[in-house]
Design a protein around this ligand. Structure first.
Ligand SMILES: [Zn+2]
Length: 435
């Protein structure tokens, strides 16, 4: 076991304080920070002083203390301390979002993307879009702490490795991509972190959303794939090589439909939008032929429109969505049975035909969940679109930087090594405090 040095413990405590204020969502007194983190009052005083000096925290307002005596000054995140860029890469679109230190979205830019593509082409495109977003939304002058990139597929965030992603590989061919974050970091001159899109979505819900006060929750992403991000015991669960949560690729039919991951018979190959479109083609409801990723969503919407109409074609199309809903409901029920989750959030992208599949989904879910869960586990279905993803990508950066205490090490007078200081965090307040 590696022993923690006092510096590491100090960094951990800085992270705990920052995270407590961020999770609280509003200004906190030092006493409340102590209560929330379990740290002693002298420790909280010392840590908050360092965070104030660095510029990460600011003192705001004041409210009377409980005893009616001396007024307590409250602490809040300094939203302009550093900004973060979140990038979401889907199979047909790239979305870039500029987020401040408190997690508020300051600007978004979105553009079509043609996949599959090479790593070099993707790096070039991400760099171009990030620079354009910064220029458009006044981010050129702010201190940029880092970039978080969400992409579909099997992603090892810690190892900077994409085991497989449909962004790079078409059909049965699978292709490993290494060093994507490193290549982007070299071009953009800030730390870059990559992560699977569903894990990013789960992180966004935990940091800024509906899973903020929960310990066990899942975010499910249903569009051109079927992803699962798990929060277990209050932490994003990654597992070996970042491969945890790939329940969309649970095999439900031996030698079944071809999945994009290279296997056959995965659940994804029955319920993802491309799979539903294929079933519409097989039923003669859509023109035959291979579609480009950028055409899938519109075609999925077309099939949903058919399902909303009366007549034989409508009935046939409705049966496809009903089956999609049933399969998803049974599967979500089993995921809840496995992990005893408190909340499940299903994000259906922009083209969720919610009214077509929700009824069968909820009926199958109830049947699949063991009795003690029934009626007690909320399953929320929505379609947030691109911004939620990119905001989650920003939380990935904030998490990594908070954990390493990098953002607060800049101006600390209290003993961080020079080599820990990021060269890219250029907060003016921090420079002044350090001078
Ligand atoms: Zn698969």
């Amino acid at each position: 076991m590696t022993r923690l040095s006092s510096r590491h413990i100090s960094q951990l405590h800085l992270y705990q304080v920052l995270h407590a204020v961020r999770r609280n969502g509003a200004a906190m007194s030092r006493a409340e920070i102590g209560e929330s983190t379990g740290l002693s009052q002298p420790a909280v005083s010392s840590l908050t002083r360092r965070l104030l000096e660095s510029g990460a925290l600011v003192e705001v307002g004041a409210r009377p203390s409980a005893g009616g005596g001396r007024r307590e000054r409250e602490l809040a995140l300094n939203s302009d301390f550093v900004w973060v860029v979140g990038v979401n890469i889907s199979l047909f679109r790239i979305t870039v979002t500029l987020t401040d230190f408190a997690g508020s979205v300051r600007g978004t830019r979105s553009a079509p993307l043609a996949t599959p593509m090479t790593k070099a082409a993707l790096v070039k495109r991400v760099v171009k879009e990030v620079r354009a977003c910064l220029a458009e939304h006044g981010g050129a002058g702010v201190a940029l702490a880092g970039v978080g990139v969400a992409l579909p597929g099997f992603v090892d965030s810690m190892g900077d490795l994409v085991h497989w992603s449909a962004v790079f590989s078409a059909g049965k061919k699978t292709q490993r991509v290494t060093g994507l974050a490193a290549a982007l970091s070299k071009e953009l001159a800030v730390p870059v972190f990559i992560e699977n899109e569903a894990k990013i979505r789960a992180l966004a819900e935990q940091w800024f959303g509906r899973a903020a006060r929960l310990t066990d929750a899942a975010a499910i992403t249903l569009d051109q794939g079927l992803g699962v991000g798990l929060i277990i015991n209050g932490e994003l669960y990654r597992g070996r090589a970042g491969l945890a949560g790939e329940l969309g690729h649970v095999q439900i039919v031996a030698d079944g439909r071809q999945c994009h991951c290279g296997k056959r018979g995965c659940l994804e190959a029955y319920v993802a939008h491309y799979a539903v479109v294929e079933q519409g083609q097989e039923a003669g409801l859509l023109p035959a032929g291979t579609l480009l990723p950028q055409d899938i969503e519109a075609t999925y919407g077309q099939l949903a429109d058919t399902a909303r109409r009366a007549g034989a074609a409508g009935t046939k199309a409705r049966a496809i969505f009903e089956r999609q809903g049933r399969l998803l409901g049974t599967w979500i029920g089993n995921v809840v049975n496995l992990l005893a989750l408190q909340l499940v959030i299903v994000d259906g992208g922009r083209q969720l035909a919610i009214e077509l599949l929700e009824g069968p989904l909820r009926a199958a879910l109830d049947e699949a969940m063991v009795l003690p869960h029934r009626g007690r586990v909320p399953v929320l279905i929505d379609h947030e679109g691109g911004e939620a993803w990119a905001r989650g990508a920003a939380s990935l950066v904030l998490q990594r930087l908070d954990e390493s205490a990098q953002v607060v090490s800049v101006a600390s007078r209290h003993g961080f090594d020079e080599d820990l200081l990021p060269t890219t965090t250029k907060n003016p307040a921090a420079r002044r405090a350090a001078a």
